[in-house]
Design a protein around this ligand. Structure first.
Ligand SMILES: [Cu+2]
Length: 141
């Protein structure tokens, strides 16, 4: 009797483990990042942030304009993200403040921001929750 119970518990544990593994493998991939104009991103990063996978793409526009797209897919154990992530832009190696543009929701788990930067050069875009962020650098022109 005890053996039977143990076998069932073991089977359930194995099933759960395989299920979690399969979810990780079979999770639908994020759509290919493409700007509204159909261009590929200038810079992109994908990182584990705040118990989820955060994707960030930077598209250079004309005259120091930048489009930033963010996708966030929470892990299995966390419910769907209700809070939007935070985005900040700062120059690399030059202290000229931090730009925190408002994010526009473009779908479930998707946001976009359009910014005009104050000067050309190397910039870093950081997105995430609190101090937990994914970062990517790009050259603005
Ligand atoms: Cu500067």
């Amino acid at each position: 009797m005890t053996t039977k119970v143990l076998a069932i518990v073991f089977a359930l544990a194995t099933f759960g483990f395989v299920g979690i593994f399969l979810w990780g493998v079979a999770r639908p991939p994020a759509p290919d990042p493409v700007s509204a104009e159909g261009a590929a991103p200038t810079a992109a990063v994908s990182g584990q942030v705040a118990e989820g996978l955060l994707d960030l793409q930077v598209y250079l526009l004309r005259d120091l304009g930048v489009d930033v797209a963010i996708q966030f897919a929470p892990d299995v154990r966390q419910p769907a993200a209700a809070t939007p992530p935070e985005l900040s832009l700062a120059m690399v190696g030059m202290n000229m403040g931090t730009i925190v543009p408002p994010l526009e929701s473009t779908g479930p788990g998707q946001w976009r921001a359009r910014v005009t930067l104050p000067m050309a050069g190397r910039w870093a875009a950081r997105a995430g929750f609190g101090a937990d962020r994914a970062e990517v650098e790009f050259d603005a022109r």
